[in-house]
Design a protein around this ligand. Structure first.
Ligand SMILES: [Mn+2]
Length: 224
């Protein structure tokens, strides 16, 4: 059973989640920002570290879900996300783990790991709206529309619908297939997975969005 409704009201979102308020205040007046987007880490701290090392300098980092796996929580991954002040949402894997569908494993995690480490992801929202340098950003794990778990691949007929959103940038993951799409005024970015690519390219992936040019780029790095 899901604990939260995936897309929450606009007003509620910006104040939710750990670290959101101080970061928003700090970044509020910054111009020409680089937004780094890294997704579907699946409890692989080595791949996450590689992605962050490979990434050019950024002003803010976003993770649209699946930082851990429903059967493998990883405190090291969470520590990296906390240190880098990555703004996270929950993916389907966090929803299974924290939503009570894997109770025995959740109990084991609660006995093994610090509550604040678990809470970093357990208290994360399932969608988030943010604003950086007049760029309105929507972060969801798979899709902004019910049932919220659709797999949206490059070339999907669903992509046209993004033009109906009021955001400048929509980021999601879930498919582990990176791509950038322009639906009229809306830039759609799936950064792929930093650890488990599912396209033809065996390298890890992340994305950068530049608020000055409003251009997104996909970057690949070696996982060997
Ligand atoms: Mn995933």
């Amino acid at each position: 059973m899901l604990l939260q409704k995936p897309l929450q009201s606009r007003r509620g979102l910006v104040s939710q989640g750990l670290g959101d308020v101080p970061i928003k205040r700090e970044l509020k007046d910054r111009k020409d920002m680089k937004i780094g987007i890294v997704s579907d880490i699946h409890a692989d701290p080595k791949a996450l570290r590689r992605a962050l090392e490979d990434m050019p300098s950024t002003d803010v980092l976003l993770c649209p879900g699946d930082a851990v796996s429903e059967y493998r929580f990883c405190p090291e991954t969470v520590e990296i996300l906390q240190q880098a002040r990555v703004l996270c949402i929950q993916g389907n894997h966090e929803l299974v783990l924290f939503g009570g569908r894997n109770p025995a494993y959740l109990k084991k995690c609660q006995a093994s790991f610090a509550a604040e480490t678990l809470d970093f992801l357990a208290s994360a929202p399932v969608s988030r709206e943010l604003e950086f340098d007049e760029t309105n950003v929507l972060l969801v794990h798979a899709s902004p529309w019910e049932p919220y778990d659709e797999y949206i691949y490059p070339g999907s007929a669903r992509l046209a619908r993004f033009a109906t959103l009021s955001h400048d940038l929509v980021c999601f993951g879930h498919t582990h297939v990176p791509f950038i799409h322009r639906a009229e005024q809306v830039t759609v970015v799936n950064p792929g997975s930093c650890s488990q690519p599912r396209d033809q390219d065996r390298r890890g992936a992340y994305a950068i969005f530049d608020t000055r040019t409003r251009e997104a780029t996909i970057h690949r790095f070696s996982l060997d």
